[in-house]
Design a protein around this ligand. Structure first.
Ligand code: UD1
Length: 435
């Protein structure tokens, strides 16, 4: 079975370049079908979630060209707009963006319900509320698909009951081709909401206020082709920042927007790490054991839920007791059982983890329960004494481009193997000593 083998204990050091933001790319690749002209999207990360949305877009009839590893050209002129239900769509959560995109463009969409990481109940009531406010009839159709249809979409004033990234993006997409004006209140402010709005504006949409909690949209009749480059992935960047700190390393993370990383750097500084920022990079220097702190996940600009497992791994090695409160998804502490196998001292009570820091983790055989927790457990293995095996790495590959390769370039001993033989070879190559 495919898995990673890791020999821990090497401080990470050197420079690593961050790929484009996966969650922005998922929305933008779906929104690209709204034009009947070629749309060129650059800086798309090469990860399996992206291959799934590209598969979905191709299956609905968009013409997709892939001139290089990080660029796609999508032309939505020949889309059939039949029900969208295929293996690609069901694999990923981001495929629900096709509802907003197709509803906006054709006033009719029928898309299979989303998959994605099992990190808790993930309802889409706010998406549906938004589509209905724009005049669409929305229902659960055959085989668990969502069907949305309107004679005409009419701009509306929508107040979101919860701050939802997905619902904000989906409503923006439908509303930007509605008649008249839409106001979305209590909108999500995440960088990828802003990136999606900038992308649509470059296609001729008229969206103002993205990045604040009130977004105003003037509907337009058509969207045209464009060329657009996706922002860097702040969660990938954060993962390397925290891996550098966990291994007491010295790593410069390049191709980032430091502003998007502010709450992550603030926590590192609070814990005693040195953070040096420049225009498009951050350097993390950690020479000693870090101090404990408390963290609560919140919508942007609060601490991101997608970095909760990574900071918990770090706190598990810090001095004293830390409390981590997960306020976005209720099922996001599953990985703590795996971390406990490595010697972490974590007690979960409801949506809170109480972490008593230990001096060191020890290697173990562990399973990645989802994308971000999987990456966090690799970080723990890199900091641990001895040898670890990490299974179910397909979760990690949903969102991290070249993860083992990038870590190796920072001096980590990590290899992806698919058989006992490959594992033995990796152990020899890295001079692993099994403990
Ligand atoms: C997106 C990200 C995910 C990240 C999350 C929060 C993508 C593809 N995924 O997920 O990586 O962890 O934002 O930053 O971009 N909710 C409702 N009703 C809805 C929609 C959401 O109650 O209709 C709730 C959810 O259960 C959750 C909270 O709102 O408690 C936030 O969810 P949301 O921001 O929508 O997350 P996603 O867009 O699914």
């Amino acid at each position: 079975m495919e898995h990673y083998v890791v020999k821990g204990g090497n401080p990470l050091s050197g420079e690593v370049e961050i790929a484009g933001a996966k969650n922005a790319a998922l929305a933008i690749l779906a929104a690209a079908v709204m034009a009947n002209e070629p749309v060129t999207i650059e800086n798309v990360p090469d990860v399996s979630d992206i291959r799934a949305i590209v598969g979905a877009v191709t299956e609905i009839g968009a013409i997709v060209d892939h001139p290089d590893r990080h660029t796609y050209v999508i032309n939505g002129a020949f889309i059939k707009n039949e029900p969208v239900d295929n293996a690609s769509v069901r694999k990923i959560r981001g495929s629900y963006y096709l509802i907003g995109a197709l509803l906006g463009k054709y006033k009719k969409a029928e898309v299979a319900l989303p998959g994605g990481c099992n990190i808790g109940l993930r309802p889409i009531d706010q998406h549906i509320k938004g589509f209905r406010a724009l005049g669409a009839e929305v229902q659960l159709a055959y085989h668990g698909r969502v069907s949305a249809e309107a004679e005409e979409l009419i701009g509306s004033h929508i107040y979101m009951d919860v701050v939802s990234v997905g619902a904000t993006i989906n409503i923006i997409m439908a509303a930007c081709m509605a008649k008249g004006n839409t106001i979305i209140e209590n909108a999500a402010k995440e960088p990828h909401v802003v990136d999606l709005a900038n992308f649509l504006n470059s296609m001729g949409a008229r969206i103002r206020g993205a990045g604040t909690d009130v977004i105003r949209i003037k509907g337009v009749d058509r969207l045209h082709g464009t060329e657009y480059s996706i922002i860097p992935d702040q969660i990938e960047a954060g993962t390397y920042m925290y891996a550098a700190a966990a291994t007491k390393g010295d790593v410069t993370i390049t191709n980032v927007i430091p502003k998007h990383l502010e709450c992550l750097t603030a926590k590192l500084i609070e814990m005693g790490c040195e953070v040096i920022e420049s225009d498009d990079s951050v350097r993390i220097v950690a020479t000693r054991r870090l101090e404990h702190t408390n963290v609560k996940t919140l919508p942007y600009p609060g601490f991101p839920t997608d970095m909760q497992p990574q900071i918990s791994v770090l706190l598990g090695l810090s001095k004293g007791t830390s409390i981590v409160t997960e306020s976005i998804f209720e099922n996001r502490f599953k990985y703590t059982d795996e971390l406990a196998k490595m010697g972490a001292n974590v007690r979960v009570e409801g949506n809170t983890a109480i972490i008593d820091g230990v001096e060191q983790y020890t290697g173990a055989a562990i399973n990645a329960p989802d994308l971000r927790a999987g990456a966090a457990l690799v970080t723990a293995a890199l900091a641990a004494r001895g040898y670890s095996e990490i299974y179910d790495v397909h979760y990690i590959e949903r969102g991290y481009e070249d993860f083992p390769e990038k870590l190796r370039s920072l001096g980590a001993c990590i290899a992806k193997v698919d058989s006992d033989d490959e594992e033995r070879r990796a152990i020899n190559r890295f001079n692993f000593r099994v403990v």
